[in-house]
Design a protein around this ligand. Structure first.
Ligand code: SF4
Ligand code: SF4
Length: 183
């Protein structure tokens, strides 16, 4: 898993067909108590920019390091909101959360999870723990903008996030000025 819970509390992922819309509220929940796996290029970037101490080795993978409270080393909390200090080089696992875009129906309910994109079938689920989900029939806007962007990110067609991240603030000014003092 690329963005997995540290604890074994687990809710089964839900097919996209039950999502009316999704908007990240910057609650920061997904940045606390999760392991974020890094691919080699992502690991190199973090090490080069912040030092090896901001990553953590696993048996066969590298992860982002946690703070003592279990939150991601790059999570900055401000006025009850959680902001990502790694926004400019956010790992793909974080960009895709809470969506899981898979070539096979790993979590079942294939008929509800299937979604055709770029001429191929994919199986899309969401982690129901995310607080940005609204349940119901998917809106056209959700399908045309948000879900399409998540698919494009997953397939490597794009890197920049617009609809797949918080619309509150892309990278807040106050974090830029405190950039070297956050931790
Ligand atoms: S993706 Fe979901 S859980 Fe994570 S900060 Fe946004 S609303 Fe909260
Ligand atoms: S890198 Fe950013 S989005 Fe990912 S877990 Fe850390 S703070 Fe959250």
């Amino acid at each position: 898993m690329s963005h997995s819970r540290i604890s074994d509390r687990h809710m089964l992922p839900v097919p996209w067909r039950y999502v009316n819309s999704w908007h990240c509220s910057t609650c920061g929940l997904c940045c606390r108590g999760y392991n974020v796996v890094l691919n080699f290029a992502e690991w190199m970037k973090v090490v080069k920019n912040f030092g090896v101490g901001y990553t953590s080795p696993g048996i066969s993978k590298f992860y982002l390091q946690h703070k003592n409270d279990g939150s991601c080393a790059f999570l900055h909390s401000y006025q009850g909101k959680g902001f990502c200090h790694l926004q400019h080089m956010k790992p793909r696992a974080c960009k895709l959360w809470p969506f899981k875009i898979l070539p096979r129906p790993k979590y079942g309910r294939a008929n509800e999870a299937v979604y055709n994109f770029a001429g191929k079938p994919f199986f899309i689920y969401v982690d129901p723990a995310c607080r940005g989900l609204t349940w119901g029939r998917p809106t056209k806007s959700f399908l045309d903008t948000t879900l399409t962007e998540f698919l494009s990110l997953a397939l490597g067609f794009r890197e920049k996030q617009v609809y797949s991240t918080s619309r509150l603030v892309y990278y807040p000014q106050y974090l830029r000025s405190e950039r070297d003092q956050v931790y």
